[in-house]
Design a protein. Structure first.
Length: 338
């Protein structure tokens, strides 16, 4: 058994080494003698891209650029981004992107549209030559297999998340986690599950509530922690997800902190399987595959307990994606009408 385990580990190491070397060689070939800009979020994917680019081209031909999303960036985010850039010994520049991000959310939640319409244009502004991204098999671009599109290059397009984590471990590169949990990183705005009609109300609520939650959990070991903002446009309902669940006393203290915010109208804890009432634009509503992806691909991984959906076709022409307008416990589902 021990010998078999050694063989498996050797094979995994060989595969990681081959993937690293093949990607470095591809970067060399595609960049030629030009410089390469890396869209750098400070997460696992972009950190690996930065490392591989550095070893392919050298520090003088690689630049990191980070899109700062202002209130929707986690407070530790910029600190971690700057620290990683220093450790890699690569030049780092910042560019703003939160106004474009708010424009995307005026039509409903969409991380893919945010990347396409807010993040990538902000990175591209004023940059000549190729821009390398962290797109991989866990996102839409990675699954297309496209190498270069509109000047953006995806060196990790064939990599899975597990392979990226294995490579970073093999290279002894530790990436501090930004955001909602020790095992995740992310953007606070993705927890606003509704149209952002008024940034000072909808946007502020998701930005400040998630910072408060993480501060309250500073001494509590957890694997998931976020505050989803749901409800109709006139009401912000804070839906708290923490796994494992804190004590009842700590939950009460967190709820009290959030209830003190003027932009939060109601606070609920996710303490078991839930049903979400989701309104969707006609295109999404009429596509079972798209609805399945939104529920289980987009939402479920960020909830502390299993979720189910009750879908309603939207009559709001402004909504291009979806909006979670209510929720209740699964055990109470029969008492609700749609």
């Amino acid at each position: 058994m021990r010998r078999l385990l050694c063989v498996i580990l050797e094979k995994m190491t060989e595969q990681i080494e081959n993937s690293i070397n093949n990607t470095i060689n591809e970067i060399k070939e595609l960049a030629g003698k030009d410089r390469l800009t890396v869209a750098f979020s400070g997460g696992l994917d972009s950190t690996l891209v930065a490392y591989l680019a550095l070893h392919a081209l050298g520090r003088d031909r690689v630049k990191l650029i980070n899109v700062c999303f202002g209130p929707y960036s986690y407070s530790r985010g910029l600190e971690i981004v700057a620290s990683l850039a220093e450790r890699l010994d690569l030049r780092l520049e910042f560019t703003p992107g939160y106004e474009a991000q708010e424009n995307v959310w005026k039509r409903g939640p969409s991380c893919n549209r945010c990347t396409r319409l807010a993040k990538l244009p902000a990175v591209r502004s004023g940059v000549l030559g190729l821009v390398a991204t962290g797109a991989n098999q866990s996102d839409t671009w990675g699954k297309t297999g496209i190498v270069i599109k509109d000047g953006f290059y995806a060196p990790l397009r064939n990599w899975t998340k597990a392979e990226i984590e294995e490579a970073l471990s093999y290279l002894n590169i530790e990436v501090p986690k930004i955001g909602e949990a020790p095992v995740r990183e992310g953007c606070k705005l993705k927890h606003l599950l509704k149209i952002m009609a008024k940034p000072s109300y909808h946007g502020y609520s998701v930005a400040i509530s998630n910072e408060i939650l993480l501060d309250e959990l500073d001494d509590f070991s957890h694997t998931l922690a976020n505050v989803k903002i749901i409800g109709p446009l006139s009401k912000n309902v804070a839906l708290i997800n923490v796994s494992p669940l804190p004590s009842e006393r700590k939950r009460g203290r967190i709820a009290t902190s959030l209830e003190s915010l003027d932009s939060i109208d109601e606070v609920r804890w996710v303490e078991g399987p839930m049903v979400l009432k989701i309104i969707a634009n006609p295109g999404l509503f009429n596509s079972p595959e798209a609805r399945e992806w939104v529920l289980n691909g987009r939402l479920a991984p960020e909830f502390a307990f299993p979720i189910h959906a009750r879908w309603v076709k939207s009559k709001n022409n402004r909504l291009e994606t979806f909006q979670v307008i209510d929720c209740w416990r699964l055990e109470d589902d029969s008492a609700h009408s749609y």
